[in-house]
Ligand binder design. Structure first.
Ligand SMILES: Nc1ncnc2c1ncn2[C@@H]1O[C@H](COP(=O)(O)OP(=O)(O)O)[C@@H](O)[C@H]1O
Ligand SMILES: [Mg+2]
Length: 427
């Protein structure tokens, strides 16, 4: 199931409402549900109940309050302001049709005033607007002072453990430094990100691919699946009969939105995506190249590293040898390093027991390996990715304005209209 976010990024509820009469609540609840918010957050009560409730709990992102039972709405709104945390977008509801009151309310910082009886259409419009307003300032803040590290994890051969490392890294970022982390599984048909985290992939990524113009902060918030407090996932399980036919606009747009909404992005990037969508790596800070110590993997490590050097020169590659066994290998680590003409940065042991345990528990390999040497190696890798990513993010900050104008030149909606049949990954 596509579980919507229970709360906003700071642990606040997305929405709460206090309406005096059952008739209004009945109109509001389905609209709130449509927005992905819990209908239980639509409570019976008025402004006084809202003030009481907010004096003991944190404020929601969007608050709807009924002024019908308030003798002096303007004074009461001020008492609400005292208990409301900054940033909350307040929509007032009432039965007084008075332009002066409306103006005064807006003047006191209320976002909108809706007249009873409520209509679902007006409610929806007002809530969508409120959501946009709530998201906007946060985005600007993150532009100026928040660094974002985007990491692509690329396997040199199928089965070498790229997805295992990608999910582990994302889980580590989200639990140890507790960074807001997005995991994007771009193995559209056979991805295991959701499976590893014991989640259903939902339709988020499929919707994004079908409709890139819809991708914005709100979409991200609704479409991503929560794995834990700080980790959100976007993945798909596209039917085998449905070829991936997209120009890649959705992936770029997703990367851009992740940069605003998260501190870390981990992309599980199947190597053939490099061929079809090389631009996916343009703003990536770190490329983790996962390999096994085999002849074929040595050949493809050389080729992937060389491609990265030419096409993503700024991003530091980190080579991880996975499934390493002390006595059993096709090529020794030394010979492998000689043939790729550089060091292997990290070695992760072959550990069948932990891998099995992780699968059984629906945990990432890193989580199942918390207390082992392998776990320590994975944590070191996570730290290296973070510091290398931070260094690159500082040296090469992405240029959103250039990118925006570039995207602005492309009429994605028009392109989509022409290509809808082609760009669809039906579920
Ligand atoms: N270090 C390891 N030790 C044991 N098994 C591993 C290790 N890394 C990955 N695996 C297992 O190898 C299989 C393939 O891993 P996966 O991450 O799906 O590879 P890829 O994404 O590169 O195709 C999975 O069953 C996984 O549990
Ligand atoms: Mg994989």
């Amino acid at each position: 199931m596509n579980a919507p976010w229970k709360s906003g990024p700071q642990g606040r509820d997305n929405f709460a409402a206090f309406l005096c009469d059952e008739a209004s609540l009945e109109i509001l609840r389905p609209v709130a549900a449509e927005m992905g918010w819990a209908p239980e957050k639509c409570c019976k009560g008025g402004l006084r109940n809202a003030v009481q409730s907010l004096s003991i709990t944190s404020s929601p992102n969007i608050l709807m309050v009924d002024l019908s039972e308030s003798g002096d709405p303007l004074t009461d709104i001020n008492s609400l302001a005292e208990v409301c945390e900054p940033g909350t977008v307040v929509i007032a509801v009432g039965q007084v049709n008075d332009v002066r009151l409306y103006r005064d309310l807006l003047g006191s910082g209320i976002h909108d005033y809706l007249l009873k009886p409520l209509s679902p259409g007006h409610l929806r419009d007002s809530l969508i607007q409120a959501q946009a307003i709530f998201s906007a300032p946060r985005h600007q803040e993150s532009h100026s002072d928040k660094k974002h590290v985007s990491t692509a994890v690329i396997g040199t051969r199928g089965g070498c453990g790229a997805s295992t490392i990608a999910t582990s890294l994302a889980w580590l970022f989200s639990t140890e430094p507790k960074l807001a982390t997005a995991l994007l599984d771009l193995d559209i048909h056979f991805g295991t990100g959701a499976l590893t985290l014991d989640l259903e992939p939902g339709r988020g990524l499929t919707d994004a691919i079908e409709n890139p113009s819809r991708i914005d902060g709100l979409f991200i918030e609704r479409a991503m699946i929560r794995a834990n407090e700080n980790l959100s996932l976007l993945s798909a399980e596209a039917p085998i009969g449905a070829p991936l036919l997209t120009d890649g606009a959705a992936f770029l747009q997703l990367e851009e939105e992740f940069r605003q909404a998260f501190e870390m992005t981990v992309i599980d990037l199947p190597r053939n995506m490099l061929i079809n969508f090389p631009h996916l790596l343009a703003d990536v800070n770190v490329c983790v190249v996962v390999t096994e110590l085999t002849l074929a993997a040595a050949r493809d490590t050389i080729r992937v590293l060389s491609w990265l050097k030419t096409n993503v020169a700024h991003a530091q590659p980190i080579v991880v040898a996975n499934k390493v066994q002390p006595q059993i290998f096709e090529i020794s680590r030394a010979d492998f390093e000689a043939s790729i003409e550089r060091k292997v940065d990290f070695a992760v042991a072959y550990d069948l027991k932990s891998a099995t345990q992780a699968a059984k528990l629906g945990q990432t390999f890193a989580e199942a390996n918390k207390a082992t040497k392998t776990g320590a190696a994975l944590r070191e890798l996570a730290q290296a990715v973070q510091s290398s990513g931070n260094a690159d993010a500082e040296a090469h900050p992405p240029k959103p304005e250039v990118k925006k104008s570039l995207l602005g030149k492309i009429d994605i909606k028009a392109m989509l209209a022409k290509k809808t049949a082609k760009t669809t990954v039906p579920a």
